[in-house]
Design a protein around this ligand. Structure first.
Ligand code: NAD
Length: 503
């Protein structure tokens, strides 16, 4: 992978040009026919980025029809090698326009360029190469079946693309999480209609330019912008000709989409919310545990589904852990995306800030002690219009407090002491969510023992966010349905059929 230097990135503050988004339907950029649009604001300083057209039923119909036509056309006839070569070219195409993607993503989200340049954009591109091997090496089963007449039968399985996949994606890692679904969907021969988050429309739109530039047939990748309820999101997930729905977002939204998917019995793949615990044992390497928890609680301004919002620390090291995490949080530098010294950006929007600040207030009302943060930071005048909040740590909340049980999705965590391994496991598993956990210990047996009892889709030991994309990714309990990643993506993105041949 090419190494991209931030020195080449144009400072966002100098990119004065308006960026209006457009739908991308059947290979063509369009504003659609609803006449409705909204304004897209940059969360760094509240400045206007541009407008975004709101898609209606007509745009969704057109995109779904184009996606079906592509399945029946050139795309559907391509060999897996032709298809995956084309997707590798898409990955190269994203990397060739790395700084355009980087700038668009940082404008929409406000996240530091230092973060997006080594996570969001390179991994977003890599998602188009990652599933190439899986697609090329699909293995299926074959049984020789005895029959009463003695001639027997052969039963074998075929996997074919599921069809038109609706991709509903969130705003926290817009390109990365969207391509995490579009990559395998296309590699396995499907076509897609993407409804990006209304907060972050730019990179999905830009990807349309790359698709056209590398010659991906029209209708294979479509984008319709809009909101959820009574807008493009609902229309797309209700559409009878959509063959499957893959969604990343809040658990409550997942419930709504599941109801919409019930019309016509469409399968769903859901990556939902979390309230992820970390358990720090007294025998942990505290340097590693602090470094990992700093990232898991505060990176991307706490807007990572896998992030830690509950930390359980064994009593002998509790005070030291709290003091060191406090010092780390207070050393984080809030700032503009293009400043290499920036450690943390703003939240994604004013609306989300209102939600996060409501939890900051609730924490105090519910009796938690604020160790650090808890409010709005004093920012320079030119950034005062941004969605800034302070990195925040609490202790002393009760186990049933809202901040201990509900997903906040901000740069914050609650730290609570524990005395026994059993207690830590019980506390870690005590919410309806089951996305991720982190266990910090140098005791090998304990690490395996505790990891096995975490009711989650992924449990890290002495690390966080270390991902091998061949592994099964998803959530347990209220954090998801199904698994994606590596061969596990076959389950959702292909349909298996059994062929029975009487010999
Ligand atoms: P969200 O649920 O508010 O929105 C996600 C998407 O769903 C958006 O595109 C939105 O327009 C759309 N949507 C909303 N209502 C809809 C409806 N009724 N029908 C169809 N589409 C609808 O989530 P968000 O705020 O964008 O993202 C943050 C959430 O995502 C957090 O809960 C976070 O934990 C979760 N998340 C989970 C994972 C994971 O892998 N499990 C990854 C990232 C984010």
């Amino acid at each position: 992978m090419a190494v991209h230097s931030l020195a080449n990135a144009k400072p966002l503050s100098q990119s004065a040009a308006r960026r209006d988004a457009a739908h991308f339907i059947d290979g063509v950029f369009t504003q659609g026919s609803t006449g409705r649009s909204w304004q897209n604001f940059c969360p760094v300083d509240g400045s206007l980025i541009g407008t975004v057209p709101e898609g209606g039923r007509a745009e969704v119909d057109a995109a779904v029809a184009a996606a079906h036509a592509a399945l029946d056309g050139e795309w559907g006839r391509m060999t897996v090698v032709q298809r995956t070569d084309m997707l590798a070219a898409v990955a190269d195409g994203i990397n060739a326009r790395f700084n355009d993607f980087l700038e668009a993503e940082c404008l929409d989200t406000g996240k530091p360029m230092s973060l997006a340049s080594h996570i969001d954009i390179p991994r977003g591109a890599a998602n188009f190469k990652m599933f190439t091997d899986v697609a090329k090496t699909i293995a299926t089963e074959c049984f020789q079946t005895p029959t009463p007449d003695g001639t027997g039968a052969l039963n074998y399985a075929l996997r074919r693309p599921r069809g038109v996949i609706a991709v509903i994606s969130p705003w926290n890692l817009p390109l990365l999480l969207m391509t995490w679904k579009v990559g395998p969907a296309l590699a396995l021969g499907n076509t897609v209609v993407v409804k990006p988050s209304e907060e972050t429309p730019l990179t999905a739109t830009l990807l349309g330019e790359v698709m056209n530039a590398v010659g991906v047939p029209k209708g294979v990748y479509n984008v319709v912008h809009g909101f959820g309820p009574e807008s493009a999101g609902e229309f797309l997930t209700q559409h009878p000709k959509v063959n499957g729905i893959t969604f990343t977002g809040e658990t409550r939204t997942g419930e709504a989409i599941m109801r919409q998917a019930a019309h016509g019995i469409r399968p769903v793949s859901f990556e939902l919310g979390g309230k992820n615990p970390a358990i720090v044992f007294a025998d942990a390497d505290l340097d590693k545990a602090i470094e990992g928890t700093m990232r898991s609680a505060f990176s991307n301004c706490g807007q990572v589904c896998l992030g830690t919002e509950r930390v359980y620390v064994e009593r002998p090291v509790f005070d030291a852990f709290v003091a060191r995490l406090k010092a780390g949080a207070e050393a984080l530098r809030l700032g503009r995306p293009e400043d290499p010294a920036t450690g943390i950006g703003p939240l994604v929007s004013q609306e989300h800030r209102t939600k996060v600040l409501s939890y900051y207030r609730k924490a105090v009302e519910e009796g938690a002690t604020v160790v650090t943060g808890g409010g709005v930071p004093k920012m320079p005048a030119e950034l005062e219009g941004g969605a800034w909040v302070e990195p925040t740590i609490w202790i002393g909340a009760s186990d049933d407090a809202a901040i201990v049980n509900e997903e906040i999705f901000g740069p914050c965590c609650h730290i609570r002491p524990f005395d026994t391994e059993e207690e830590a496991i019980r506390l870690a598993n005590s919410t309806p969510y089951g996305l991720a956990a982190a266990v910090w210990t140098e005791n090998l047996s304990r690490a395996h023992r505790v990891a096995a009892r975490m009711e989650v889709g992924i449990c890290w030991v002495n690390s966080w966010f270390l991902r091998d994309l061949r592994t099964a990714f998803g959530g347990a309990k209220a954090s998801g349905i199904g698994r994606e990643g590596g061969v596990h993506s076959l389950e959702f993105y292909t349909e298996i059929s059994n062929v029975c041949v009487k010999l």
